[in-house]
Design a protein. Sequence first.
Length: 122
Amino acid sequence: MQPDLRFPRQARLKSRKAIDALFQSGKRVHTEDFRAFYLFRPSPGIQIGVGAPSRNFKKAVDRNRVKRLIREAYRLDQQRWKDRLQEKQQGMDLFILYTGKELPDFSSVQKGMIKLIDKIFS
RNA sequence: GCUACAAGCCAGGUCAUCGAUCCCGCGCUUCCAGUGGGGUAGGAAAGUCCGGACAGCACAGAGCCAUGCACCGGUGAAGAGCCGGGUUCCGUGAAAGCGGAAACAGACAGUGCCACAGAAAAUGACUACCGUACGGGAAACCGUCCGGCAAAGGUGAAAACGUGGGGUAAGAGCCCACGGAGGGUUUGGGUGACCAGAUCUUCGGGUAAACCUUGCAUGCUGAAAUGCCAUGUAUAGUACCGAUUGAGGGCGGCUCGUCCGAGGUACAGGGUAGGCAGCUUGAGCCCGUUGGGUAACUAACGGGACAGAUCAAUGAUGACCCUCGACAGAAUCCGGCUUAUCGGCUUGUAGCAUUU
RNA sequence: GGUCCCGUAGUUUAAUGGAUAAAACGAGCGUUUCCUAAACGCUUGAUCCCAGUUCGAUUCUGGGCGGGACUA
């Protein structure tokens, strides 16, 4: 069966308030190139936001590129996240920051995301 | 054909799969899910350096301050932009000319400053030159005092109109000729800056991106503006000021005028920070034809295309082709300027080579 | 998005338009000590970049680059 690869507005972290709360009280996890803030909540579903610091990427073009790669990697692999959440019977808010200094390519972002999942759910 | 310069233009393409956002249609009337179609980064989107539109501030008054601009004409909504012209300077040249550059009002309104060097850096006098007197000496001449003078010397970034002649004790725009510069009056040409000339007069630098003077202009704040809806709290506490004897405020500052005016300021603390409008089609842009203008630009007609997100879309992956892809990402919108930029195309100018 | 400020040795500060750019701390070397510290002496090293104004710019003007603050 064809997996659902859509990435509608509801799946994104939309509220500034929610983002502030996530940064204030969410848990954080690091891998070598990523940092994730996350917060489990009882209501089902997942909302995700992405970011790239202007400290590491001075040009807006590069920041856009990084954010697009992360978003795309999540979109194509979102079933993996949903399955894990299904096991825990919870929903979550998630914010992923790219903290590496070099502009990544798509496959390295994909690998990094898989490491993140393992770290968060282990 | 190659090279250099200038101006203008383009800013990899195609296919497949999976997405995002906006608009239109279908969907059950609306909404939602779903579904079909279409649009979706730039020449600089950048810097925020100028100029506006738009919005708000009760009216947007007077004076002073402050700020900005600074040859003339045109263009345009406007400008520190653009176009044309003038002047000055630079390059080239025998010259005519050609090419380039310029924050280009005033140093004859006033004040300040000009290191080192030099006598002196602005009513100049060290050496030198000249004269009288006195002293010495046979004389040439030397010394001292007083006076004259500003040609010569050296210093410096800059030294007191230049050259030649007359003149004189020695000299000097002191006088004359030619030339240069400033000011007044005036004639002709030009819309004007200015140019050409006449006449009188003056001749001691530089610096205004030093203060300043003159002329002109400017109300301020910026889409986190602003309007509306929703949610929520505390109409509470402490201190000071004030209520017609007026606190405080009225969007650069001060003063005056005028208007509003019953609350204001500080401390501590509490709450909200969600949505809609503004928001994308406008003094618009591009192409073509004709007309006007040296040009910038403009008029008429015909045709064409227009991103609209709001935690923030405009993308990802794969394949193929080629010249192997630079700088770079909209956030209210326009007109300019500046800066970044791989490669390519067109036109013009100059030089070189080749062919006829 | 908007408004504003600042760039001087490795760091923190100075310097009327006059250049040999000053000081403290630091760093390096030396003296002293059995060794270290302290002390003393010596040395090192800078005006963010490009133009312009001026005889002459750290300073004045324009442009660029970099950093920072404020703003519902």
